[in-house]
Design a protein around this ligand. Structure first.
Ligand code: S3P
Length: 172
């Protein structure tokens, strides 16, 4: 069994909510990479993207993932784009049991349609289409990066997801 658990998945798949509940339930530390980046920069993710650009954000994301994944007894909720970077995937797989929260487009859209905190979606004239296209591009990466896939739809209760992850983790 690995020391840590990492949650990966698209924006809106519930990584932060599930990560908090899971860490409590397993008595592990909780880290959310977006929040950590925001607190290091003293800026929101929106502001970092607008003022310093996506590449700058991705560099910080890489550093934070490397740093946090080298600890132990931690649940790490990652940003939805973290798996685009091969170094992140390698570091997460080496140190964490990696869980993909697999949510379908309709469910993601419902959760993201009014969000103002995702710079990648803020400018989109057709948010449903943007989510669908990005998910199609990333799906393969989420799957190959994961040790276990948990399917989620609009009726899934967060605690059921937590219990499923725990079962997979404990028997890993
Ligand atoms: C991003 C997802 C966001 C955040 C940034 C970029 C992405 O995290 O890291 O806005 O590229 O999918 P969440 O998945 O926590 O929303």
């Amino acid at each position: 069994m690995k020391d840590n658990i990492a949650l990966i998945g698209f924006m809106g798949s519930g990584k932060t909510t599930i990560g908090k509940l899971l860490s409590k339930s397993l008595d592990m530390k909780f880290i959310d990479t977006d929040r950590l980046i925001s607190s290091i920069e003293k800026k929101s993710v929106n502001e970092i993207f607008a003022q310093k650009g996506q590449e700058y954000f991705r560099e910080l994301e890489r550093k934070v993932i490397l740093q946090e994944s080298s600890g132990n007894n931690v649940v790490i909720s990652t940003g939805g784009g973290s798996i685009l970077d091969n170094t992140n995937v390698k570091n997460l797989k080496r140190t964490c049991f990696v869980v993909y929260l697999n949510c379908d487009v309709d469910c993601l859209y419902e959760r993201l349609k009014n969000s103002t905190t995702r710079p990648i979606l803020n400018e989109s004239p057709d948010r449903y289409k943007t989510i669908e296209e990005l998910l199609n591009k990333r799906k393969f990466l989420y799957h190959i990066s994961a040790d276990c896939v948990i399917n989620i739809d609009k009726n899934t209760h967060p605690m059921d997801t937590v219990e499923k992850i725990k079962e997979h983790y404990i028997s890993s």
